[in-house]
Design a protein around this ligand. Sequence first.
Ligand code: ZN
Length: 298
Amino acid sequence: MPVPVFTHPDSLLHDPGPGHPERPERLRAILHVLASEPAAERRESPEAPVELLESVHAATYLRRLRDTAEQGGGVLDADTTMSADSWRAALRSAGGAVAAVQHALAGKGSAFSAGRPPGHHALRDAAMGFCLLGNAVIAARAGQALGAGRALIVDWDVHHGNGTQALVEHDASVRFVSLHQSPWWPGTGAESERGVGNIFNLPRPPGLPPERYVDDLWSGIAHATADWTPDLIVISAGFDAMRGDPLGGFTLEPEHYADITTRLRSRLPGAALVGVLEGGYIPDRLAAGVAACIRAMA
Ligand SMILES: [Zn+2]
């Protein structure tokens, strides 16, 4: 069965400015590769419902994002800039994650959301690190609204998902496992940050053999799910942990993402599995990583 990949042309219009690593070419490369990938079936991302966004973000913040776009864009933080189309892009990026969850839960299968901007650094009331809306958490909340009470978020982006952690660290119904480079931006993600016992951080140095990262991530997932079985797994799927990425020093190859995806499927066969695009800054490598992940889902 091909895996539905939710995306929208508006996600290509979000323009953070010349020379920015989070550029439209990233998504273009993914869509180009997936167009000839039999394991993937392209679907249109809807806009995320506002009530769902307001369950994760402050209403004043959401209004500020919309207003900034209406005024033609603006700088939100040192790394995060909106253009006139960025709010529409963000609505589709979050909406794709929601639609992927709805699809996966309906058939207990898999789905992927290929949107921009990414989400795992976004805070309740602030943009951060290229991210506007916390897509992975929004996806988890959408799943819970449909009865998937327990959500596991696995974040394999090379950067710590500080936004995701901040949004779920007081909520035992969500568990968060993050493998990330340390020390590295954004500086959070120590093993001692445990939330209410639902946070499992795996900070690691750069340059280790790829199998080490895979094994360590896997032991974190096994630890988080030893006595707790999720109904839904949301992968914060960043591909900047690949060898050569300009924003990280990890050494993964596409097959390693496929390996983890396959293991998740076989360890937790009863859970719906959804991938939500985060980072990855060499477009061709990013596209190869996404395709490997989707083939493993299929
Ligand atoms: Zn990243």
